[in-house]
Design a binder for this molecule. Structure first.
Ligand code: FCB
Length: 439
């Protein structure tokens, strides 16, 4: 009997996502490199070091992405390489990025370039980073240089990666640079990051009218732990603060929680919206958790957990996050989705179930245009160092040796079929057959 195949649209973009600092290696002039040197900042005192050595040899991993059939790749540029001193632009660094993008194009892989992915030049960090409003015009000028240099190879731009994570992990929780700075500082930095997005949007369009510009939004599912009104209240507060504030700012809406103020300059600064979806948490009211907005976060008792306490295996979150973003009425890219899973025992099921959710949402006419799996090769996972392995390809950090995980071939087969076929389910995750192909 013929069985269902979950087909994706014909021009769907299939790729992986990376960011400069996590893969390039030896980028010593930025705030993350400096942060890594501080005691207790990175798990087990690890460092990014040579990372995946992309500054020298990204092309070898581009070959691997091509071998896996990917037609797009999301990568970022490191501001500190391109503008090592304020106002001094390094032509050689821009040339290196040009060479990378050309190499992607030669392999029929369309680049999506992220202009800011967590990392700042040291000189900017020293003047207060994004807490200083000067960051906005400085970013604008930097973006102009990048678009002039790389525009020949790229029309798909992601301005800022996860401003909500950047300030929550940075200013608020102090686990990322600049360290703990408090709530007001977090709001200031968040506001300026969104202004930076707006400035970049207009700058890119002025230089490249056909550009498609968006930003990558981390959507974290936050559910009340019980039916109690206090749990509901705290969950909705956290949900609005974390998930909705930045989205609202990017839409230029007036009534913004947490004192973002009028954001009208940001109106119509999105051609698309990017979704980074990973996991969900439950939240219960707890008056002792003032720093966490009176919410204690945890995972359901029966949850399937991910490596290193990273979160819960929760594919329905993909559907829920996409539906929430669909309200913006914009094309959507899934700019990141993935799982830390060094032995690859959950990733095949993760890929199939999460992509099945994406497929379902597309059937409801939500315009999802592409999916970028995080990530191609294991890379430096910020404060978690090398402890979390998100790659389709495993990396031996000492020897730089790569080993394809089974999931790499699974992803290749999905991309080739432009869908999830019964054969793919049977080969890679037969336990899903009764769920996805009942009867
Ligand atoms: C996201 C970040 C990305 C990577 C993944 C696992 O929040 O954007 O750089 O760290 O998480």
């Amino acid at each position: 009997m013929p069985e269902a195949t979950f087909h994706f649209p014909p021009d769907f973009k299939w790729g992986t996502a990376t960011s400069a600092h996590q893969v390039e290696g030896n980028s010593t002039n930025n705030d993350w490199w400096a942060w890594e040197q501080g005691e207790g900042h990175i798990q087990d005192g690890q460092r990014s070091g040579l990372a995946c050595n992309w500054w020298e040899q990204a092309e070898q991993d581009f070959d691997r992405a091509a071998e896996l059939g990917q037609n797009s790749h999301r990568l970022s540029v490191d501001w500190s390489r391109i503008e090592p001193r304020e106002g001094r632009f390094d032509a050689a660094a821009l040339d290196r990025y040009r060479a990378m993008l050309r190499a992607l194009r030669e392999r029929s892989i369309e680049p999506m370039v992220t202009l800011h992915h967590f990392v700042n030049p040291l000189w900017l960090a020293e003047m207060g980073g994004w807490e200083n409003p000067r960051a906005v015009p400085l970013f604008d000028r930097f973006v102009a240089h990048v678009v002039e240099a790389l525009g020949e190879f790229c029309t798909l731009w992601c301005t800022i990666n996860e401003p909500n994570i950047a300030v929550t992990m940075g200013q608020l929780f102090g686990l990322f640079p600049p360290g703990p700075r408090g709530f007001r500082a977090a709001m200031r930095a968040g506001r300026n990051l969104m202004r930076g997005h707006g400035a970049a949007y207009h700058r890119i369009h002025a230089l490249q009218p056909q550009a498609q510009v968006g930003y990558a939004h981390n959507y974290h599912i936050i559910d009340p732990a019980t039916r109690s009104p206090l749990d509901h209240w705290v969950a909705s507060l956290q949900d609005r603060a974390f998930n909705e504030t930045f989205l609202a700012a990017a839409r230029g809406w007036w009534r913004l929680p947490l004192g973002f103020g009028p954001a009208w300059r940001l109106r119509r600064t999105l051609d698309w919206i990017g979704l980074n979806y990973y996991t969900r948490e439950l939240v219960a009211f707890d008056h002792r958790e003032a720093a966490q907005m009176f919410g204690r976060r945890f995972h359901p008792e029966d949850a399937e957990l991910l490596d290193g306490g990273y979160g819960e295996f929760y594919p329905q979150g993909m559907d829920r996050a996409l539906r929430r973003l669909a309200r913006l009425g914009l094309p959507i890219y899934i700019t990141e989705n993935g799982i830390p899973d060094s032995d690859d025992d959950q990733r095949p099921r993760h890929l199939i179930t999460h992509l099945h959710q994406v497929w379902k949402v597309i059937q409801n006419n939500v315009p999802v245009r592409g999916y970028y799996h995080w990530t191609l090769v294991d890379n430096f996972e910020w404060a978690a160092g090398w402890s979390l392995r998100f790659g389709l390809i495993a990396l031996d950090v000492e020897t730089q040796e790569r080993t394809f995980r089974r999931s790499a071939y699974l992803y290749r087969d999905i991309v080739r079929a432009n869908g999830i076929t019964p054969q793919i389910i049977d080969e890679y995750a037969p336990e899903l057959r009764p769920v996805l192909l009942p009867g």
